[in-house]
Write a protein that binds this ligand. Structure first.
Ligand code: SAM
Length: 242
């Protein structure tokens, strides 16, 4: 990958409204106190409130990023992807959705970055409600395990970024990789597993299982016996640390 990434020195130096969420619902405010929606105009009072709080890390072709938009209308969703062409594909896909459904899909976007390196430059401490890791690259060989996107070191970074009570989602069709995710997350003092019931009740779990391109491919090809292994973890308060 071309590693020439630009990134802000600090999260507060990055403006999300211009390139990513120009018509975010938070930027629209009624001109008058009446409920006349024809008077809706953009306002910049809320610009600083427009920042991602849900990340789809390694979003690939963007199926989950886009599906989360109507599911979480009060959140701001960002897909992160390292490949230039794939990022551009998702950007155009989101623009096409916005064109086809005016007033929708304004709360989701995509950005090209290396999520293993630059997250803390973009997102402040305790700013994220959810982080998704869907079908990450397995890096099967032992010598490549340090390249896995879930690791002890990176989990501490993800916990730093998650709000207490925020959730980390991981799904894969590779059993060994799932076992690795569970081992690393179970071992982290700021993460606790969500119960089966909690996962069942969370609509994001259903979408995570059904709406990513990799997930759909697994179903189509019946790879690895159709299995999709997933787990959701909740980020604890500092004083709840295990
Ligand atoms: N999440 C998507 C899905 O389930 O359909 C895509 C899964 S694909 C196997 C893994 C994706 O992660 C690829 O698109 C790859 O380019 C991206 N990726 C790998 N390392 C990354 C990194 N360090 N930062 C951002 N994206 C990364």
């Amino acid at each position: 990958f071309n590693e020439n990434f630009e990134y802000p020195a600090r999260p507060d130096l990055f403006d999300w409204t211009e390139d990513h969420y120009p018509n975010h619902p938070l930027l629209l405010q009624s001109k008058s106190s009446t409920n006349d929606q024809s008077d809706v105009i953009p306002t910049f009072h809320n610009a600083s409130r427009v920042k991602p709080n849900v990340l789809d890390v390694g979003c690939g072709f963007g199926g989950l990023t886009i599906s989360l938009s109507p599911l979480l209308p009060n959140h701001t969703i960002l897909g992160l992807e390292i490949r230039t062409k794939v990022t551009e594909y998702v950007r155009l896909r989101i623009l096409a959705h916005r064109k086809e459904h005016p007033d929708q899909y304004q709360n989701c976007s995509v950005m090209r970055t290396n999520a293993m390196k630059y997250l803390v430059h973009y997102f402040p401490k305790n700013s994220l409600d959810k982080i998704f890791f869907c079908f990450p690259d397995p890096h099967f060989k032992k010598k490549n395990h340090p390249r896995r996107i879930i690791s002890e070191r990176l989990l501490s970074e993800y916990c730093y970024l998650l709000k207490p009570g925020g959730k980390l989602y991981c799904i894969t069709d590779v059993k060994d990789l799932h076992d690795w995710h569970v081992e690393k997350c179970d071992g982290h003092p700021l993460l606790v597993r969500c119960s089966e019931e909690e996962m069942e009740e969370d609509p994001c779990v259903e979408v995570m299982r059904k709406e990513t391109e990799e997930g759909k491919k697994v179903e189509r090809e019946g790879r690895f016996g159709h299995e999709k292994y997933y787990m959701v973890y909740r980020r604890l308060e500092e004083e709840e640390r295990l």
